[in-house]
Design a protein around this ligand. Structure first.
Ligand SMILES: [Zn+2]
Length: 515
């Protein structure tokens, strides 16, 4: 018996070594990216499995090798660009599914670089080795065939007794995660139509008119604006000349604030509804956005957006937009995003009137690719030499957009508010938001309010802000309080922020800076 095993082994030397080489190369990238010891152990077990499989089935071996190599490309991309913790693939695939085409295009152009090409090349190379292996190598295993099958079954039983690798361990959980995105998408549709019904039947009492001073309220929601790149927050370059000049009027209030999350699709709903960092889904579902609150107080509401509308019911943001009396989405074709000037064109077409109106303006702001967000002729750096200069140009351009909005409404009783959905990590090498673990820069957003009417409530919250920074999770309350349609101030000083999706909560104060 011992002799025949030895004989089988020496007869199949090359077959054994070649198969083992392919297995090691296949698991290698994920060994490098593995975020913890348990996962490394799991990968080691996977490697042992891979070494035993070709002893009894070449087909099964090929399936495993191809599958793991393809998943290496996806997992490697996340690990290289965003930081890899297990099970954060689902929200990223979700974003990819829910994004308009121009965003996906710009994402690919911006975030796929030589490292992804190298990894893809490596995976294709391993699959090429597999092809050679299948074509040219045969074995004469007889006893090993049975031993191989036996070990394979034993390990598989052992592993599935302790854990469920299909549900819990990448890369084998990747197909389940993709399927769960499809399920989630259906669930989201269902949830949003439920929300629509809820919002329709909601009854909001009319507030007293005593503190309602404004005819025009403009809420400008910027995109990916890191306040540390705004001169009004102390940045060394003059990126916000308009806001800085406006500050001299003493009618501009500059607040310290953090965004509740680092993802657009959660932050805008948290800002505008009763959802907050600790309770997202249920509160979002069972609350109207402040658009409905304003309508109940006789304001005409507008949602004017330069971001994509994915569908009436399949995005958390367009669900709120549909609460407005009038909606306008500039990027309906999804193929390319225009600069935020399209919003001015739309505003300028509206007839001046004496009605009470609230405008929610959703900018493309500083969404990457930054170079597509501004007009070159009106840029701070005419020939931006690097990504930071391009980013600063986008911040500068948003300041110009704010100036134009201000000019349009400055003679009315005006409340103008500027925030951003989240911040942005930015340095010469890398940029973006939605990292895990996240960085401070992803939450450091502007929060400024201009009022040309004397409003004691503004002075009061400005004093309150000196105690710390506001978490914009309760922005909905602040807006209603300042505009006088509610008496609940309800400021949030919470340090807790969400990263990528509702299950990841971090303490902002304990996060690192990106640079
Ligand atoms: Zn965003």
């Amino acid at each position: 018996m011992k002799k025949s095993i030895q004989a089988e082994f020496s007869n199949n030397n090359t077959y054994f070594y070649f198969g083992t080489l392919i297995s090691v190369l296949t698991v290698l990238p994920q060994f490098i990216f593995s975020p913890n010891q348990t996962h490394t152990l799991f990968l080691a077990i996977t490697l042992i499995l891979l070494i035993f499989i070709p002893k009894f089935s070449k087909i099964l071996f090929s399936v495993f090798i191809i599958f793991v190599n393809l998943s290496n490309i996806l997992i490697g991309h996340i690990a290289l660009h965003w930081g890899y913790t297990l099970a954060d693939i689902t929200p990223r695939i979700e974003v990819a599914f829910l994004s308009p085409i121009y965003e996906t295009r710009e994402y690919i152009a911006h975030y796929i670089d030589y490292r992804d090409y190298a990894l893809t090349f490596f995976s294709v190379f391993v699959m090429f080795l597999l092809f050679k292996f299948i074509r040219h190598f045969t074995h004469s295993y007889r006893i090993f065939r049975i031993i191989g099958l036996g070990v394979f079954v034993l390990i598989l039983l052992g592993v599935s007794f302790y854990i469920n690798p299909i549900k819990e361990f990448e890369p084998f959980s990747v197909p389940c995660e993709v399927c769960s995105v499809m399920d989630d998408k259906n669930k989201i549709d269902q949830i949003l139509s439920e929300r629509e019904k809820y919002v329709h039947q909601i009854k909001i009492p009319n507030a007293s008119k005593k503190n309602q001073f404004y005819d025009k309220i403009i809420i400008v929601m910027g995109e990916s604006v890191n306040k540390n790149h705004m001169s009004i927050y102390g940045y060394g370059l003059s990126t916000t000349p308009f806001l800085t000049a406006l500050q001299k009027s003493k009618k501009l209030y500059v607040f310290n604030a953090i965004a509740p999350t680092n993802q657009t699709r959660y932050s805008i709903p948290i800002d505008l509804t009763e959802a907050n960092v600790h309770s997202y889904e249920n509160r979002y579902l069972h609350s109207c956005s402040i658009l409905t609150n304003f309508e109940a107080n006789d304001y005409e509401t507008y949602w004017i957006s330069n971001q994509g509308r994915v569908g009436k019911n399949d995005s958390s943001i367009s669900s709120m937009a549909s609460e407005a009396n009038t909606t306008f989405f500039a990027n309906l074709n999804y193929l390319e995003a225009k600069t935020d000037e399209v919003l001015l064109e739309y505003l300028n077409k509206l007839q001046p009137n004496n009605k009470k109106e609230v405008y929610f303006l959703h900018l493309m702001g500083s969404h990457s690719d930054y170079i597509n967000r501004y007009k070159k002729e009106s840029a701070l750096f005419q020939d931006a030499k690097n990504i930071v200069e391009e980013y600063d140009n986008s911040v500068y351009y948003s300041d110009y957009i704010l100036r134009q909005i201000f000019e349009r409404f400055k003679h009315e009783k005006l409340l103008l508010i500027y925030i951003s959905d989240h911040g942005e990590n930015i340095n010469l090498e890398n940029n973006g938001h939605g990292f895990l673990p996240p960085y401070k820069d992803e939450y450091m957003v502007p929060f400024v309010i201009y009022s040309n009417v004397k409003n004691p409530r503004l002075d009061e919250i400005y004093r309150d802000n000196k105690k710390g920074y506001f978490n914009l999770e309760n922005f909905n309350y602040t807006v209603q309080y300042v505009s006088g349609i509610s008496n609940h101030k309800n400021l949030s000083y919470s340090h807790k922020v969400m990263a990528v999706e509702p299950s990841n909560i971090y303490d902002f104060d304990k996060l690192d800076f990106f640079n």
